[in-house]
Design a protein around this ligand. Sequence first.
Ligand code: FEO
Length: 384
Amino acid sequence: MQFVGEDLIYVGVDDKQIDLFEGMYSVPVGVTYNSYVIKDKKTAVMDTVDAAFEKEWLAKVEKALGGAQPDYLIVQHMEPDHSACVQAFVKKYPQVAVVGNKSTFVMLEEYFGKGIADNRVVVTDGEELSLGKHELKFVFAPMVHWPEVMFTYDKTLSLLFSADAFGRFGASDDNGNWTDEARRYYIGIVGKYGAQVKAVISKLAAYPLNIVAPLHGPVLSGEALNSAVQSYIKWSGYEPETEGTLVAYTSVYGHTKKAAELLAQLLKDGGEEVETVDLARDDWAECVAQAFRYSKLVIATTTYNADIFPAAREFIDRLVERNYQNRTVGLIENGTWAPVCAKQMRAKFEKCKNLTFAQTTVKIRSALNSESEAQIKALADELL
Ligand code: FEO
């Protein structure tokens, strides 16, 4: 068992068996559902875990409690990866008071029916709960990532239980760098709600933070915490992290790929940081996260059924849904008899704020020729 504080015990679990997180995100290195027990005069359990781990989690909590009865189950977030075991917990410990806000209990009854958690403490934003030595303060964080979300600030430890915020994909034995899988998680899941994340970051400025304990991924402190906060400031403000270009392509017979590679090479030759992704084959959430990472994006794709090739169309939809903005965008279209997708891509991006389109739009008829190569050179020059 991992201790994160003097009387704070980690009782989370690793999920390495899940195929798709939230039914859509691949998690090749798994994911954790974090939960904690605070032992004090009064004992509190912070959140539950996914239904698949009910037995394992209940056993861990029982061991952590060491024979004590829990006084409170604090429900910070009602998404079932954290709330699925509330009913089982209440059944096992019927005296426990469930702590949440008004919206928490509406959702709790939607999932489990009326009568769940009759013993409840309904808190308001900023309300405090004393466990003895540990003074907890609830900080509402609506839409980070659901409307009922609340963080819990432990004043004694200067520790923030941050719900999904500062979460990361990856099981507990994944030692990869924090930022890549945290970015893929944040942009994919919370990216649309930058304004709300920004608002809660401002609210947190009033609280000294030594430790952040999210519901997914590692507990953060020291330099790792400072760096995570800086990343969140950038991500929630839709600011690029890296000056450079993501070249995102689809290709049916290899000709559009050649165009994308030619552009990438010209940009690299000009000293640009460039990454190239295949939208039909690479992980879609990573492609989206990389688009947010870079300051410039070029999409190279084909016309298909008089529309945008599906993988590129979905990619743009996913960017637009997540409030993609403040970037430069270049377009390369290919088509054998009626290339029209550049116009359609541009129309899709119309909902986005503050996008600058490159003046050069490259039109390829089937395969590169000297004319389209010259256009790619012009696009590269413009981006550089
Ligand atoms: Fe990890 Fe929004 O649930």
